[in-house]
Design a protein. Structure first.
Length: 383
């Protein structure tokens, strides 16, 4: 008999759900799968996040499925899985007796059963569930029994229903965390493409993210370094208080103020010319992908390296497009009118005005003079 009447097993399962959501390891999710197998007297379990629109699956746990080529399932067979096709959002968040949705004779003659399942296992019965997630993806649970076993019953489906709200929350959290990890990976890749050091830190100066060049500068330990708490520190004690104050002020500022963004300083080194450092508020739109709300961005220019073009610094700091960054630099060099700049750039005046509005919004400024003030600070990073 299954563990359906074992309240302790249900409580243990719920605890395992949340452990897996926060741990995010294959071992933790496998423990969830094994608990489902114990409760439901199953021979195998499949937990996945699938996008049926493209036929791809992220496998979370597959205990009991060791005889199957699950990598091939995730890349190919998931799109032919009749059970997965029945796990639609309209049937979401409730237990599904798959033999009611896909009759045994249809399952027995299906491609996935004959080409994928039958050669290597005896799985035939499935109690499943679909958990709709964001972006059209679906969390899927399949608890499996062999052909010679009895099929799942209504009472077992009802028992699974009591666990699904907790499984739904853990899968939603898992999906959210994985998306954040992907966003962060993209952000890191973009920062690593720059030829200046870029650091994102908390108001206290604790480093959250550093690109490849910044890590090299900090590891060198000459001029600007990390202390034992991963907090930015300069070797010159006379500059240390000023750096902390600039970071704190920039990180807690809700937007870029007319009198300038952050501040700049030169940090002396024992070997080589001084580092040029710009401290500025982290653009609000980047908080989620670069370490959470409230932070400062520090750009570090090592003159011994190839200086980053100011256009790249503007793009990294304010999220400008290449065209907007080019125009912002042009605006900082004088009081030319939109028609004059349009003629210079071979664009229409309306295009220039549209780009100017976007620049003002992204840099949180109202006048061209404010752009000039900010660009003048960025000037220390090279032209």
């Amino acid at each position: 008999m299954s563990g359906m009447g074992n309240q302790g097993a249900f409580e243990q399962a719920i605890g395992l759900f949340y452990d897996a959501a926060y741990d995010q390891s294959s071992e933790a999710w496998s423990a969830v799968g094994r608990q489902f197998m114990q409760i439901l007297d199953a021979k195998g379990c499949l937990l996945q996040i699938a996008d049926m629109r493209v036929g791809r699956s992220q496998l979370l746990a597959t205990p009991g499925c060791e005889g199957l080529n699950m990598a091939a399932y995730a890349e190919h067979y998931v799109r032919h899985d009749l059970w997965a096709q029945m796990a639609t959002p309209e049937r979401g968040n409730r237990a599904l007796l798959m033999h009611r949705l896909v009759t045994p004779d249809v399952w027995e003659h299906s491609e996935i059963y004959n080409d994928f399942v039958q050669p290597n296992s005896s799985f035939f019965w499935c109690l499943g569930a679909a958990i709709p997630l964001s972006d059209g993806q679906i969390g899927m649970l399949g608890v499996l029994r062999n052909k010679q076993d009895r099929h799942y019953s209504e009472s077992e489906a009802a028992g699974l229903d009591t666990l699904l709200p907790h499984l739904r929350r853990s899968l939603q959290l898992t999906h959210h965390l994985r998306r954040l990890q992907l966003d962060l990976a993209h952000a890191r890749a973009s920062l690593n493409a720059l030829s200046i050091g870029v650091v994102v830190c908390s108001p206290e100066g604790k480093v959250r993210i550093a690109n490849r060049i910044a890590e090299e500068i900090l590891q060198r330990g000459d001029g600007i370094v990390l202390d034992g708490l991963d907090t930015l520190t300069v070797n010159d004690p006379n500059q240390q208080h000023g750096l902390r104050r600039m970071i704190s002020t920039a990180a807690r500022r809700t937007g870029l103020e007319p009198n300038g963004a952050g501040n700049a300083l030169r940090v002396g080194r024992s070997d080589g010319p001084p580092l040029k450092v710009l401290v500025a508020p982290l653009p609000e739109a980047q908080h989620a992908g670069l370490g959470g709300a409230g932070g400062a961005m520090i750009l570090i220019d090592d003159p011994e390296r190839n200086a980053a073009p100011a256009i790249e610094a503007l793009k990294a700091l304010f999220g400008l497009t290449t065209a907007e960054a080019r125009l912002a630099r042009r605006l900082a060099h004088g009081d030319s009118t939109a028609p004059e700049i349009a003629a210079e750039f071979s664009l229409s005046p309306q295009t220039i005005r549209t780009q100017m509005k976007s620049i003002h919004r992204k840099m949180d400024v109202s006048h061209q003079a404010e752009i000039s003030a900010i660009i003048s600070r960025l000037g220390v990073l090279g032209q």
